[in-house]
Design a protein. Structure first.
Length: 258
């Protein structure tokens, strides 16, 4: 456990010694703020129009969850698709290029500890980015109490989705010493798991259900609505564990090749 904590701390320091974490976090916060402002502005205009029409159609209350939180969480998931490969691209690629991966193998660490330590470090950085984005919810709560159940489910979904993204990015970084290629591979693979949902035929059958299950974003929709389905939780955890397992196998192959 001490070795794992030491490695995780080493990786965290490496993140904050380089501009990658700061640049990625800043861009993520700015884009999140823009999407939040856009959703809130649309909600304000819709509320105004609804109040004008209330005398004809009767009063109607607009849902913050439907008009603000759900679009915000959906947009955040797409931003994560674009930004998280930038966090994972250096994890093993930099070690391979600098020749320090072989040195890392000489440490009193197992491959599992190395993989888990790097994953925990990048996941903590990601959670910090999510925490900063939650300031938008705090601003919203200052003016009107949001549906906290939807907020909790949305952020749980983002945390699980981020774990799946980062696990795949970690694996891709073991395949090459070029960080740009590692980021491109991660983005391309994640994009493939997104667009596969567009291939679902209108007629629901066994094949359509399988394709829909493979889509990484289709499982997030229920979280953004405030619904936690164990099938979605199992999917994201299985996705993350699969690519962490593949990372272990890739490290074993690299060690065997010397």
């Amino acid at each position: 456990m001490r070795n794992l904590i030491t490695l995780t701390g080493r990786e965290l320091r490496a993140f904050f010694y380089s501009p990658i974490a700061y640049a990625t976090g800043f861009i993520f916060a700015v884009i999140t703020g823009v999407f939040f402002y856009a959703a809130l502005s649309y909600y304000g205009m819709a509320s105004y129009e609804m109040s004008r029409m209330a005398q004809f159609a009767g009063p109607r209350e607009l849902s913050l969850g439907e008009y603000v939180l759900r679009p915000l969480f959906g947009n955040l998931s797409v931003v994560m698709l674009l930004m998280l490969p930038l966090l994972t691209m250096r994890l093993f690629s930099e070690e391979r290029k600098a020749g320090s991966l072989e040195l890392l193998f000489t440490w009193p660490l197992t491959d599992f500890q190395i993989t888990l330590g790097k994953f925990l470090a990048v996941y903590l950085v990601f959670l910090l980015m999510l925490a900063v984005s939650a300031l938008n919810i705090a601003i919203l709560a200052w003016f009107a109490p949001p549906p906290w159940g939807v907020v909790a489910c949305g952020y749980l979904g983002l945390a699980l989705l981020g774990a799946a993204f980062l696990a795949m990015g970690l694996f891709m970084s073991t395949l090459t010493e070029n960080q740009v290629i590692a980021a491109a591979l991660s983005f391309g693979a994640l994009l493939l798991f997104w667009v596969v949902g567009w291939l679902v035929p209108e007629q629901k059958d066994a094949f359509a259900a399988m394709v829909e299950y493979l889509s990484i974003f289709s499982h997030f929709e229920r979280f953004s609505k405030g619904v936690v389905d164990t099938r979605d939780v199992v999917y994201y955890l299985s996705f993350a564990f699969l690519f962490l397992f593949l990372t272990l196998r890739s490290l074993e192959a690299a060690k065997y090749r010397g």
